[in-house]
Structures are given as structure tokens and as C-alpha cells.
Design a protein around this ligand. Sequence first.
Ligand SMILES: [Zn+2]
Length: 138
Amino acid sequence: MIRCKPGVKIQIYSPAIHIMLHELMMLDHNFTRLRLPKSLWITSIWRPARTKPSRHPTHEAIDIRSWNFSSRAAKRRFRQVYEEVLNNNPTVSLLYGRPGPNPAFRVLFEPTVWDFRGRVIKMEHFHAQVKKGVTLDT
Ligand SMILES: [Zn+2]
């Protein structure tokens, strides 16, 4: 089941966000062998621009909780398969004018970040985004 952390915002429902949510839904429903957690939590979609460049302010990225995955292998496999299905998405193939895989999306595993006092600043998560230098808006 796909769940949304309270407060997650979608400001513009862009083609990129549509494709990322669609493929996440398809994985959740069809890939039992991926051993996904019972709940796939979306933790961030849109957020305002800060100093660090990010694809969240431009409606081109989503974050998914990773700490509830069963193992490092399950996280690794999900990252890889999710990126693969995104880049094989039929809409992406239409935009590129050729069958997939096309280099349109990137999925990264972002490890937990602590401050100098040992407090968690950001929990580990998957970050899916439109690849650098690529625009999916038509
Ligand atoms: Zn992110």
C-alpha cells in the first residue's frame, strides 16, 4: 500500500510526478519478489527551494521512506528496479521516440544525516528524480 506522510505537498501534478507515482504503484502491486514493506511511505514531493539545488521545488522528485525495508539487499534491489521501470515507462519512450530504457530518471539512496550532536537531520530515504539535464514537461 502506498501511503503519504501527513504534510506531503503536490503543488503541480507534473508528468514526472505522475510517472513516478504510477510506477511505484505498479511495483507495489506486481512485484511480490521485491519484498517491499507493507506500507510504502512517500515522505516528500514538493518543497520550496533552499540553498542546495533540488528537483523538489520544480515538481520533478519524490522521496520514499527506506528504513522500513527488510534488508540492505531489499533496498538495493528496489532502488535498481524502480529506476529500471521508470526508464522503461511508455510515456518516456514516446518522448524519446524510442523504446526504453531511456536515461530519464535516477533513483538514489540517501543515507541518514546526523548533526554534530548526533541528532538526526534527515532519515535515510530513496530520492527519485528526473535525471540531470533532462526535462519531461511537454
Ligand atoms: Zn528528495
